[in-house]
Every structure is written in structure tokens, then in C-alpha cells.
Design a protein around this ligand. Sequence first.
Ligand SMILES: C[S@@+](CC[C@H](N)C(=O)[O-])C[C@H]1O[C@@H](n2cnc3c(N)ncnc32)[C@H](O)[C@@H]1O
Length: 202
Amino acid sequence: MSEFRFDKRLGIRTGGLREWPDDIYHYNRCEPTPYIVLEHLFKHYKLNRTDKLVDFGSGKGRVAFYIHNRFKIPVVGIEAQDDVIDEALRNKKRYRMRAKHIHAPIHFEYALAENYEIKADENIFYFFNPFSADVFKEILVNIVDSLEKNRREVHIILYYPMPKYKEIMRDHSSFEIYNKLVMPNARDSKEKIIIYRSKDVS
Ligand SMILES: C[S@@+](CC[C@H](N)C(=O)[O-])C[C@H]1O[C@@H](n2cnc3c(N)ncnc32)[C@H](O)[C@@H]1O
């Protein structure tokens, strides 16, 4: 199915790229995860009813809507470009007309991802190359702090992982690789998904 048809089925518009108005070194542009990647990911990896997902740098909301629709779980999207989050909120209005039957909340927050306070029950964290490795490190500190306060298994999903993100994860004592998925017909070596899980430290 084409990207457009997937969007249409969900009643949303998430295509296209959106650059930051000024060149902000640490923050990357808005570009959606291709639906084909989401289909591939969730063919091999399932979410549970009790999971709660946060998409750090959620763009127009594609990942959030897709997961909410497919798994009926609560999702949160954090986005720092104001015109982009406005589009996510417009999408939410249209999406909700079709998805009234799904009771799980879907929430977007206009914030810097590094300032977002991770909630005790959030356990799946998604990143599609949203910002620099330095910002990613700050969020990892927040995730580990949250784990220390509330012990639980959390997963970090990286799509199209940059070498520096992988280095940070490799050197981190709290996480291990849970699964790796290479995209069929990948055009370059970054076209993959790596899922990390927190180590059991009990
Ligand atoms: C590559 S897009 C990914 C969009 C969405 N997660 C997806 O996969 O479809 C990255 C998004 O992160 C946002 N972003 C970049 N830096 C951010 C930050 N510090 N806090 C929140 N959002 C940020 C960008 O504006 C952009 O919309």
C-alpha cells in the first residue's frame, strides 16, 4: 500500500519534509518513518496492552497514530517545531473521528524532548534520528533516572540509527540489544531497526 493510502486509512496527513526555520545544529528535520518500516517492525515485534509508548520528536504524528490504531495502547508524541505539532493536532482531530472506539489516550506535547519528564508507566521509547547524539544522551539520562525510581523493563527502538547513537547504547551498562531488524531491500547500512532493552538489575 502507498504511503498516501496508509495515511488516508488513518485519516491523517503525515507526508513530506519540514526543515527548522533556522539551521539548528542539534535538531533534525521532520521526516516520517516510512509505513513500510512500521509494517516490518511490527511483523517481528509486538506491543502488549500494558505498554505505553513515547515517540521523541514525533513530527506530524505518524508513528503515534499507527501504533495507537494497531495496538490500542496509550501513546505520547513530543515535538518541538510549533507548525509541525499544529499539524499533529489537526491530524489527531481527524483521526479521532474514525477511532472513537479506541479508548487509549493519544497525546501530543509541544516540548523539547530533553525536557520531557518520563512517567513511571512509560516503557517503550521510539527514536527516528530526531536530534544529535548529545541530546539523545540527555534523554537516556532521564530514562535511567526514571528506571531507578520505578524499576521496570523498558525498550528503546532506534530506526535508522546513527553510529554515535549505537556507540552510546553499546557503552551503556543499563541496556542490551534485544532485536535487530534489517529492512528488506535496504539501500544503505543504516536502514535497520535496533531494539534495546533495559537489563534486569534486581
Ligand atoms: C526525523 S523526524 C521523525 C518524526 C516521527 N518520529 C516519525 O518517525 O515519523 C524528527 C522530528 O524530531 C523533531 N525534533 C528535533 N529535535 C527535537 C527536540 N529537541 N525535541 C523535540 N522534537 C525534536 C523534529 O522537528 C522532527 O519533527
